[in-house]
Ligand binder design. Structure first.
Ligand code: AGP
Length: 615
């Protein structure tokens, strides 16, 4: 949730930290702060609100951003303990101001630790759990420990899932970074004579693509002349460096007004990338490079676990895996799965879908499955993220960095990846019925082109946004494989425009939501020509009969629906199972245009964060 940055090297540390924070602001944005070591003293600046408020404060100290200060840390906050105040913004310091700490997660035993520290005479300045950490380090240092030993000792006292980075005035060439549990990643960027620490790759991508990821229980001691990673008990750990395939430009906004807009328009490219090298378009054979499928490890059933949009993608994927591979699928919210004490029969695989690879609830659900004996697979965008490391099989979304909080291209690619998975599973079974999977896989060749057409200029979105952006409620209806798209449409609208919206399976409308329909209620109906088309038409009739306004998402050239609906957004004809990839795009474009009209912060909607690392 919070964004973390650390730098050690010859560049002006404050500039690197601010730059990194700018790229991580999507992770949390209620306050920000940084600490820089200057002439043997730690200098701290904090500001509530957007990062620009902190930058404005730093203008008063122009030399700070240019002078080379070797070591610095910075943080964007998404509040858990304590309100949004300058005192609660990170970094937090000990009394003497010689140890500075930034943190993501929740120190579960902070009440006891705080009471013990207060008993030792420590005065707390914030209401955060984080503040116990610098005071603990300080206490251990007063007992004669070096900064490094004191840091290990303090980190060892923390309970819960936490990512921590700290610096000390007495150790000007050292940064310490630790990861405990799944509260959030720590990635260490390896440069030439310099090192970077971040909660997420985009924060350091501009400087290096060679990184290592810390695992649960690991602490990195980062020095100017090298780096060593140990477990909390001091055991050294050999880490493998990963090369991140993304280029820094792909994390820039370019000519677009918002990241979300850019990411919507990148979707044809993202789908091309996720298909690349995985489908033989002549034969239809599908090969997933990091997922070994043969008779021995072909699952008999799949439990999909995911949150938010990734959950909706999982609901679409259930259709694919059941229809194409005939493997039964259950789809659960990551936050619910472990609380129903799931029954895991032999040969079950738990499939986590998560663009960030960090969502705490999804990780916990994957772990719950593993504890009950099921291997975990992951569909993930962030290369090397925790979900990938929990999994024995991985499908990378290859969507490139997604900075807008609203999932767009990762939603589409995770759907396509489940389609690939379904075909690969079917093909690994070698049965006559699975022949259809080869034809279905060949249909993917047309998908990037169809998606491109959905991205053409279309005045309908402007028209609809102009007409409806002041409405208070929206209803989204879909059926069959497009029912999850109705859920996704409502989520997109809610999260970026703050308009209340409900997504519903169309057939259920008559069991309740129909009471809401009147002339003030726009109803978006996904009604492409598929096996539930006629049923959708009858839902449209029912909405119209009650004075509702119908915005239909329908197949190109469907004149019949034009006679029924008030507005029509067209999607090109496609293989029926693939239509969600196309019908999702009007949901994104509509929500985007509405949010822009309403002056909302599209990329950083209030209260939300891109990686939800708390449970
Ligand atoms: C979608 O627009 C949201 N930002 C959110 O629902 C998101 O899909 C959810 O938090 C899960 O994230 P993940 O894919 O990184 O696990």
């Amino acid at each position: 949730m919070c964004g973390i940055i650390g730098y050690l090297g010859p560049r002006p540390a404050a500039a690197v930290v601010i730059n990194g924070l700018r790229r991580l602001e999507y992770r949390g944005y209620d306050s920000a702060g940084l600490a820089i070591l200057r002439e043997g003293r730690i200098l701290v600046q904090r500001a509530i609100g957007k990062l620009s408020n902190l930058e404005a404060k730093l203008q008063a100290e122009p030399d700070l951003l240019t002078a080379s200060h070797t070591v610095g840390i910075g943080h964007t906050r998404w509040a858990t303990h304590g309100g949004v105040t300058e005192h609660n913004a990170h970094p937090h310091l000990n009394d003497a101001g010689s140890v500075a700490v930034i943190h993501n997660g929740i120190v579960e035993n902070f009440v006891e630790l705080k009471a013990a520290l207060e008993g030792e005479g420590v005065r707390f300045r914030s209401e955060t759990d984080t503040e116990v950490i610098p005071h603990l380090v300080d206490l251990f240092m007063k007992d004669g420990m070096s900064f490094e030993r004191a840091a290990f000792a303090a980190i060892g006292r923390l309970r819960g899932s936490n990512a921590v980075v700290m610096m000390c005035a007495e150790a000007p060439d050292t940064l310490i970074a630790a990861r405990l549990g799944n509260a959030g990643g720590i990635v260490i960027g390896l440069g030439e004579g310099e090192h970077f620490v971040a909660s997420d790759v985009p924060g350091i991508l501009e400087y290096t693509r060679r990184v290592i990821f810390l695992d649960d229980g690991e602490v990195a001691v980062v020095r100017l002349d090298g780096l060593d990673v140990r477990r909390l008990d001091g055991t050294p750990v050999e880490k493998r460096a990963h090369i991140i395939p993304w280029d820094p430009v792909s994390a820039e906004k370019g000519e677009y007004r918002h990241f979300m807009q850019k990411e919507i328009f990148e979707q044809a490219r993202a789908i091309t990338d996720t298909l690349r090298g995985r489908v033989n378009f002549q034969t239809g054979a599908v090969h997933l490079e990091q997922l070994a499928l043969d008779e021995a490890n072909r699952p008999a059933r799949i439990h999909t676990v995911a949150c938010g949009s990734s959950f909706h993608a999982g609901l679409v994927g259930r259709f694919y895996i059941e229809r194409i591979a005939r493997v039964p699928v259950e789809v659960d919210y990551g936050s619910e799965y472990r609380y129903r004490d799931p029954l895991i029969a032999p040969d079950t695989v738990v499939l986590g879908i998560t663009q960030s690879g960090e969502t705490a609830d999804t990780l916990a659900a994957m772990s719950a499955g593993r504890e009950r004996g099921a291997p975990a697979w992951a569909i993930v965008n962030a290369v090397g993220a925790q979900a990938e490391r929990l999994a024995s099989g991985v499908i990378h979304m290859r969507a490139g960095p997604e900075i807008g909080v609203c999932s767009t291209k990762t939603f589409l690619t995770s759907i396509v990846d489940q389609y690939l998975l379904a075909c690969a599973l079917a093909q690994s079974a070698h049965t006559a019925e699975d022949e259809q999977s080869y034809a279905l896989a060949r249909a993917l060749a047309h998908l990037p082109g169809l998606v491109s057409r959905m991205l053409d200029d279309d005045p309908i979105y402007q028209e609809l946004a102009n007409r409806f952006h002041n409405r208070e409620h929206f209803l989204f209806l879909g059926r069959g494989v497009n029912y999850p798209i109705a859920l996704e449409g409502a989520l997109k609208l809610k999260e970026i425009s703050y308009i209340h919206a409900e997504g519903y399976p169309a057939g259920e409308m008559k069991h309740g939501p129909i009471a809401l329909i009147d002339e003030k209620m726009p109803v978006v109906c996904v009604a492409v020509r598929d096996n539930v088309y006629e049923k959708m038409i009858s839902q449209i009739e029912q909405v119209k009969a009650r004075g509702g306004t119908v915005i239909a998402v329908a197949t190109e050239g469907d004149d019949f629906i034009r006679g029924k609906a008030d507005y029509v957004i067209e999607v090109p004809p496609a293989e029926a199972l693939l239509t969600p990839v196309l019908t999702a795009i009007p949901m994104q474009r509509l929500a985007y245009e509405m949010a822009v009209r309403l002056g909302c912060d599209v990329d950083q909607p209030r209260n939300l964060a891109k990686s939800v690392t708390v449970e």
